[in-house]
Design a binder for this molecule. Structure first.
Ligand code: FEO
Ligand code: CA
Ligand code: CA
Length: 657
């Protein structure tokens, strides 16, 4: 389970942090140009000896936990001196009357009363709201997607669409969406409070409002909703965020996968194509068999009613969730909220696809800290912008406003509804910087900086290659191809005391380039003292703990025989960009969304899609029977179950320290 802590060199306080690409980049244009050349020309002879030379003099970070050894295993791993608890698994009871989990008897009614599948976004909100309790709170969790052939026995990837029963399809529809539930720590054990008054499930049949510029638009009207203001369900709930008034923002990421039929018969098929249509990856739940609205031929507008940001009030189980169309339509990864010095709320969002963009929404009005209800419709008014990175180390937020710049009526952007319904096309026109799959976005409240994760982009081309300049390397995405991803650091004006998240322009830098530092061809850039267990690839979600350390979860294991994992690092000081491996997930899992109690004594983590890869060859599992693991139950006939885990220090210390 654990690894012995290595003896680390003592820090030398007089020695400056060994330069990495990040510090080189901070020196400005001249060095930036040098770096561009360096990356292009870099090979084994240049990089490896430099790494070895600096390792010996390594500075030390603030992290003292014993780093894990790399493993790829059917089980999960955590450090010595930590306790790991499974808080809740797919199918576990959320209510006093929830039926026992039994895959053989699963149906929609049962699944609506249970924790959903593939938990992704996870946030601990202390109870009561506004307090700093570290042993009692609400857990707000999204369930991104379901994989029916790994959930039910006897199905395979090739036959499940035909073989799923109606009960199973309904169970899948109820197993995605969002779970809200109360948790309490008794002694050292966290418990789900099954009769918690806020406990709630939201899923593919929940009634949800539509607000903002596209509400009521003809393109959002359906037979079931002639007003274009009410939709049944939320899908593909990936990561998200929490507003200052305590509502959850859930990013719908890739809802098109659930639709069936021939989109080429639609009047606006180019929008489907720009949003992303995968010939092999659609109708993934066979849901159109039980709800025809998910078939283009039956309901030509239903698909436009997904891939938005949904606002959910976890403190009011009767409140109808609302899709806030002002935040644009894309494959929303998350929606991280910050407050500008003048009180306006700023939501940062990645559009998680290759060559897609980074967005920001700034509310028109300041939020009202004294009256929660006054913020109810705050997100309906404001400005959506997209990021353009410049080679001088600045970045600009370009507004996407109908009638401004190239977004003219002639170009198809007569109203703001036209802009939000075709957000990607609007961003194309204003010349935004195409990124390598932007996912996690996190503000560091102690420094006023922000970190953004680009997971990877195998299709990125070197300069001068291909027909489309958009696909070539650019300043903020400097490797082509980029199979391992990278992290950017955005610096707001105003400094740590008054960070202006709403400013028109930020500074930016490369924080780390992921990959194996021992393989020159990876062109990795971490702190030179990074151990053979500490580097990572495919960064996805980011979090900052109460002590200000950056946590990175990964989605896409590197070829070196490693499962997806969780890493922690300092962002300032001698341990800047020096990650350490703190948690290893079971084979085939993605780790998501670390969230902390206010005292830092517990970190909750989502373990999504355990067993999705086979143990034998790390290829996609094709059935429950050949899934890579049956974690965490390891019982015959019981499938692997996505779960929420909690890590605590055995002696109530701060996790990650
Ligand atoms: Fe749900 Fe972009 O990962
Ligand atoms: Ca993600
Ligand atoms: Ca991902």
């Amino acid at each position: 389970m654990t690894d012995r802590q290595k003896t680390r060199p003592r820090p030398n306080p007089r020695r400056a942090f060994a330069p990495s690409y990040g510090t080189i980049l901070q020196e400005g244009v001249r060095r930036r140009t040098v770096l561009k050349g360096f990356i292009a020309a870099m090979g084994a002879a240049v990089f490896a000896p430099a790494l070895e030379a600096t390792k010996a003099e390594a500075a030390e970070s603030t992290l003292t936990f014993p780093e894990l050894k790399r493993v790829r295993d059917t089980a999960d791993h955590w450090p010595d001196g930590y306790e790991r608890q499974i808080l809740i698994r797919w199918g576990d009871a959320l209510f006093a009357d929830s039926p026992e989990f039994d895959v053989a008897k699963l149906n929609g009614k049962a699944a609506e009363r249970q924790f959903g599948y593939n938990n992704d976004f996870t946030q601990f909100l202390p109870l009561p709201w506004g307090e700093k309790s570290s042993d009692h709170g609400l857990m707000v969790v999204s369930h991104e997607y379901a994989t029916p052939f790994l959930m039910f026995p006897g199905l395979t990837v090739d036959n499940y669409r035909e073989k799923l029963t109606e009960d199973q399809i309904r169970a899948v529809m109820a197993a995605v969406g969002v779970s809200v539930f109360e948790v309490r720590k008794d002694g050292n054990q966290w418990q789900v409070v099954k009769n918690g008054k806020y406990n709630r499930r939201i899923h593919m049949s929940t009634e949800i409002g539509i607000s903002g510029p596209a509400a009521g638009d003809d393109r959002l009207k359906t037979k079931a909703d002639p007003t274009g203001t009410v939709v049944f369900g939320t899908i593909s709930n990936c990561n998200g965020g929490i507003t200052p008034w305590g509502t959850m923002l859930s990013g719908e990421e890739g809802a098109m996968d659930v639709f069936a039929g021939d989109y080429k018969k639609l009047p606006n098929q180019e929008l489907v194509e720009r949003q992303g249509w995968d010939e092999d990856e659609n109708d993934i739940y066979s849901v159109s068999r039980v709800e025809p609205r998910f078939k283009f031929e039956e309901e030509p507008n239903e698909w436009m009613r997904f891939d938005w940001v949904v606002e959910i009030d976890p403190f009011d189980p009767t409140a109808k969730p609302v899709k806030r169309t002002s935040l644009g339509r894309m494959t929303h990864e998350g929606a991280q909220c910050c407050v500008a010095p003048d009180g306006r709320v700023v939501v940062f969002m990645g559009d998680d696809d290759d060559f897609e963009y980074i967005y920001r929404f700034v509310t028109r009005d300041p939020w009202n800290p004294g009256d929660r209800a006054a913020n109810k419709d705050l997100l309906d008014h404001g400005t959506l912008s997209v990021a353009k990175f410049e080679s001088d180390g600045t970045m600009r937020w370009i507004p996407l406003v109908a009638g401004e710049g190239p977004l003219t009526a002639e170009a198809g952007f007569k109203t703001q509804a036209d802009v939000v319904l075709a957000t990607r096309a609007a961003a194309d026109l204003v010349g935004a910087t195409p990124m390598d799959g932007p996912e996690g976005f996190i503000p560091h409240l102690g420094t006023g900086k922000l970190y953004v994760a680009m997971t990877e982009n195998e299709d990125r081309l070197p300069k001068g290659q291909g027909d489309d300049e958009k696909e070539q390397v650019n300043v903020a995405n400097p490797r082509g191809p980029n199979p391992h991803g990278h992290l950017l650091e955005l610096v707001t004006p105003g400094g740590p005391d008054k960070p202006d998240y709403a400013a028109e322009s930020f500074k930016w830098d490369v924080f780390v380039l992921c990959g194996n530092p021992a393989k020159p061809e990876d062109q990795a850039m971490f702190h030179p003292a990074t151990t053979s267990a500490g580097w990572f690839t495919d960064p996805d979600n980011l979090a900052v703990d109460p002590a200000g350390r950056l946590w990175v979860t990964t989605d896409g294991p590197p070829p070196e025989g490693i499962a997806d994992s969780v890493y922690v690092m300092d962002t300032e000081g001698p341990g800047r960009a020096l990650p350490k491996l703190i948690y290893i997930a079971p084979v085939g899992s993605e780790t998501c969304s670390p969230t902390f109690t206010s005292d830092g004594s517990s970190v909750f983590l989502s373990v999504q899609h355990p067993g999705e890869l086979r143990m034998a060859d790390n290829e996609d599992a094709t059935s429950m029977e050949d899934a890579g693991t049956s974690w965490p139950d390891f019982k015959p006939g019981v499938p692997a179950r996505p779960s929420l885990v909690v890590l605590t220090r055995s002696k109530n210390g701060v996790v990650g320290s």
